[in-house]
Ligand binder design. Structure first.
Ligand code: MG
Length: 254
């Protein structure tokens, strides 16, 4: 899956702590990929089972750590631009005083989203993955140490915008939530089934745009139901607030 993205280049991964401390190097356990190189230097990467096995061990450690603290983690995934940060900003603002939300922001570069979430009142760690296309359990482990989330709180892990690679990596989360914006088209669940198959909750976002689009919400919902029969589907608009109460109920439930 990561054949050309360069995500094994762990040297470029940086983590910006909530205190704005110097970026720390984060070890990246993606290097167990087997790489081969052709004459043009293009890489072919075979993702071996041991890569995910190594990640799974670390993810389980994260899960145990979170469980012992009484903290729930949500792995929030989508393509770039589906509205993850915008929904989180509204969520943090609307649930202020009801729920402590900490955020791990995954992006290749910049702390733009971390700054937004900090302004929304959240404690945030930004992980910059350099050329990497997803977060892994080792990055999340280090971010959790910096976040130090209190008991009874929720940690939202905003993964790198990508409907492919993040699906493979267990981070130790309790829930997997996928955003699919109506602007992307209704065919994303069938085109990227691996991402949707493991989701507990699918948020169909930007529904305020529906009047301007040919998006078939019924078809999209039916497709998600076939791909992931256990997944709940909630249409939401972070702009108007439509559907957000159901999302908050989901987030607030123990
Ligand atoms: Mg974002």
């Amino acid at each position: 899956m990561c054949g050309t993205c360069g995500c094994s280049d762990g040297a470029n991964i940086r983590l910006l702590t909530p205190e704005g401390a110097e970026p720390a190097q984060v070890s990246h356990h993606h290097g167990d990929h087997t790489h081969s190189h052709d004459d043009e230097g293009d890489r072919t990467v075979v993702l071996q089972e041991k890569v995910l096995a190594r990640n799974d061990v670390l993810a389980q450690q994260n899960r145990d750590w979170l469980q012992a603290r009484g903290v729930r983690a949500v792995n929030l995934m989508s393509s770039p631009g589906a509205g993850k940060t915008t929904l989180l900003e509204r969520t943090a603002t609307d649930l202020a005083g009801q729920l402590v939300i900490s955020v791990i922001e995954g992006d290749q570069e910049t702390a733009l989203d971390a700054d937004r979430m900090r302004r929304a009142g959240c404690r945030v760690v930004q992980v910059n993955t350099g050329t990497g296309c997803h977060l892994d359990a080792a990055m999340v482990s280090q971010a959790l140490q910096s976040l130090d989330p209190p008991a009874g709180s929720v940690v939202v892990i905003e993964n790198v915008g990508n409907l492919v690679c993040p699906a493979l990596f267990d981070l130790g989360e309790a829930h997997r939530t996928v955003l699919a914006s109506v602007a992307e088209g209704a065919d994303k669940p069938v085109k990227y089934p691996h991402m949707f198959r493991t989701a507990d909750l699918v948020l169909v976002s930007k529904t305020d745009l529906l009047p301007h689009l040919d998006f078939d919400l019924g078809r999209c919902t039916a497709d998600i139901g076939r791909i992931s029969p256990g997944a709940q589907v909630l249409p939401v608009s972070a702009r108007t607030g439509d559907g957000c109460l159901k999302w908050y109920d989901w987030l607030l439930r123990p």
